[in-house]
Ligand binder design. Structure first.
Ligand SMILES: Cc1ncc(COP(=O)(O)O)c(C=O)c1O
Length: 390
């Protein structure tokens, strides 16, 4: 089938078939997991010119090609690199496009380890780091300087789920010659395709929904035509390639990601709406809820929502937050999300410059897993009752 015809297929059809050509490998439905450092060349001349498709394990294998093709087709990108974690998928493009003396604008509701990298390593390398309000929209224009080289976005934001006006930000940033990056882990390319909205580089912690089972760490970075050569060159220079088994597990995860996401979406929305009615809950921070201040932007740009959001209790502090968390029996207390199981963590906003509330009580982040909604609600009722009693 021609590439353009393939792109017209429904999303679950594409997830089932993209990134593998069974007849290129004896008809096996799945591609081989190639474990490789050395690749042999047939003679000295081919070796001297490196004139063959695969030359060394760090530079790509049939396994990384399979996932790369699949992600490019989902993202609409010119190329995708695979790195050992979602955090590496953030740090490598920042290192690729920033040099000493450059200015970077980073959204204040960014994933905390991204901020930590910027505040430590980027600053040490002589990059000027500035955080901006997630609600800035076209107003980002006023913050752009002649040396602004990168505008980093994440929408919705980590933990507090503010929506950014990505097209407006991308337009202003591009006009000023800056590269626009987006951590798009929350939506996955199924519910938002950053490159279609003016973003240059789309970043994913594939650890989350693509892997889906809390047992794999992987990151992907996908670039448009203009940014791909530099991204790829940095990836090769750094030798920061992902292991073949992890790459394979993420390709395997993609096959069911559409179905899993639909379930996460449906359960999370039902629970979020229910939580809005529960005593002790002051706010539910989920952009697909009509009550969310960023709902109109979400509705305009996104085609779905995933399974992670936060709640703010209507008073109290750490004691109430701990009582809530300790009463949970189904939710695990632990970091990450996108797996099959429900998780809860307290949210820390002490490092924020702008997007720090105020919230009336502690903020708790909930990842809604694939368990039955009735059981999840009963667990949350236990948590809320314990918080009220604390
Ligand atoms: C928005 C976001 N980006 C990136 C990451 C990093 O992913 P990883 O855990 O694979 O390093 C996370 C992890 O929680 C995340 O929430």
């Amino acid at each position: 089938m021609a590439k353009t015809d393939k792109e017209k297929l429904g999303i679950n059809t594409r997830l089932a078939h993209t990134g593998n050509d069974p007849h290129a490998f004896f008809g096996f439905v799945n591609p081989p997991v190639v474990h490789a450092s050395t690749v042999l060349f047939p003679n000295a001349d081919t070796l001297a010119r490196r004139a063959q498709k695969y030359t060394y394990g760090t530079r790509g294998t049939p396994t990384t090609d399979a996932l790369g093709i699949a992600i490019d087709s989902l993202e609409g990108s010119a190329g995708t690199i695979m790195v050992p974690s979602g955090l590496a998928a953030v740090t490598i493009p920042l290192l690729a496009f920033l040099s000493s003396g450059d200015h970077v604008l980073i959204v204040d509701s960014v994933y905390h380890p991204t901020r930590n990298f910027a505040d430590t390593m980027l600053k040490r390398l002589g990059v000027e780091v500035e955080y901006y309000d997630p609600l800035v929209g076209a107003g980002i224009k006023a913050l752009l300087k002649p040396n602004t080289r990168v505008v980093f976005t994440e929408s919705p934001g980590s933990n507090t789920f503010e929506m950014q006006d990505i097209p407006a930000i991308a337009k202003a940033a591009k006009a000023a010659g800056a590269v626009v990056m987006m951590d798009n882990t929350w939506a996955t390319p199924l519910y938002f395709r950053p490159l279609d909205h003016g973003v240059d580089i789309s970043i994913h912690a594939s650890t989350k929904y693509p892997a889906g089972h809390s047992d794999v760490l992987l990151g992907t970075v996908s670039a448009n035509e203009a940014c791909w050569p530099k991204l790829h060159e940095t990836f090769i220079s750094m030798g920061c390639c992902a292991g073949p088994d992890d790459v394979y597990q993420v390709l395997r995860g993609l096959r069911t990601m559409g179905l899993r996401l639909e379930h996460h979406q449906k359960s999370a929305l039902e629970i979020a709406r229910w939580l809005e009615q529960q005593p002790g809950v002051a706010q539910v921070l989920h952009p697909a809820l009509e009550s969310h201040p960023g709902h109109a932007l979400w509705k305009r740009d996104f085609s779905g929502s995933s399974g992670i959001f936060s709640i703010a209790l209507d008073g109290g502090g750490q004691e109430q937050a701990h009582a809530f968390l300790d009463a949970l029996q189904i939710f695990g207390l632990g970091y990450s999300w996108g797996g099959y199981e429900s998780l809860a963590v307290p949210v820390f906003l002490g490092d924020r410059v702008v997007a720090k509330g105020p919230y009336p009580g502690p903020v708790l982040r909930l990842q809604i897993g694939l368990e039955d909604v009735t059981d999840i609600k009963a667990d949350l009722e236990r948590g809320l009752a314990a918080a009220r009693a604390a």
